[in-house]
Write a protein that binds this ligand. Structure first.
Ligand SMILES: CC(C)(COP(=O)(O)OP(=O)(O)OC[C@H]1O[C@@H](n2cnc3c(N)ncnc32)[C@H](O)[C@@H]1OP(=O)(O)O)[C@@H](O)C(=O)NCCC(=O)NCCS
Length: 172
């Protein structure tokens, strides 16, 4: 049986080349980039194209676009990085890129679908993530069954201050 990674609000699907302008805009948007603790510099179209290319070859990560079922729009992306086939762990990331789409349950459903994929398709045992201490996404992760395993104190520099980073994890 093939498991469909689709709920009643969103589905997970591979990213396509046509998605590049949207993902490029999100990677350059501080509201997405900063909480994800990613690269701070401006991302060019050429760099974004290389990111797409690298995804296609990388056996240590699984990246999905999050598509809203209501209008088939790409609203974000979610990923399992640093796949470790021996310990059966992965590092999770998620962003609902368009601000007007946040707070409608799309992220929560995408998270559940990604966890189901990690368990069923990848045979993962444990998924972990890092989140800024003041990011409200901590509540979302807690509701999805992640528990706090630690705190990296004054770990991440952002806007003139060093922020605590919380490690969260869920056994599958
Ligand atoms: C975190 C994120 C993926 C959640 O997706 P979402 O579709 O907005 O979330 P949902 O509607 O399913 O659930 C809402 C919950 O998400 C959390 N949340 C985090 N940032 C939020 C935001 N900007 N707007 C609304 N909810 C947000 C809250 O816990 C909220 O629940 P609460 O209102 O009870 O506190 C999304 O808000 C986002 O992309 N934020 C910016 C990038 C980011 O922080 N990524 C995570 C890095 S670790």
């Amino acid at each position: 049986m093939t498991i469909q990674y689709q709920g009643d609000k969103v589905r997970l699907r591979p990213l396509r080349h046509a998605d590049l302008p949207l993902t490029l805009a999100w990677h350059n948007d501080p509201a997405v980039r900063d909480p994800m603790m990613g690269f701070r510099g401006p991302v060019t179209e050429a760099q974004e194209a290389r990111w797409f290319e690298a995804l296609a070859q990388d056996q240590r990560r699984a990246v999905f676009g999050v598509e809203a079922l209501a209008d088939a729009a790409l609203v974000g992306y979610t990923q399992l990085n640093d796949l470790d086939w021996i310990s059966r762990t992965a590092n999770l990331g998620i962003a609902i890129g368009a601000a007007e789409r946040r707070g409608q349950g799309l992220g929560a459903q995408a998270l559940d679908l990604l966890i189901a994929y990690g368990a069923a398709a990848l045979n993962l045992r444990k998924i972990y993530l890092r989140v800024l201490a003041e990011n409200p996404a901590r509540r979302l992760y807690a509701r999805a069954g992640f528990v706090e395993e630690g705190c990296l104190r004054a770990h991440h520099y952002l806007e003139g201050r060093y922020h605590d980073v919380i490690l969260m994890a869920r056994f599958l």
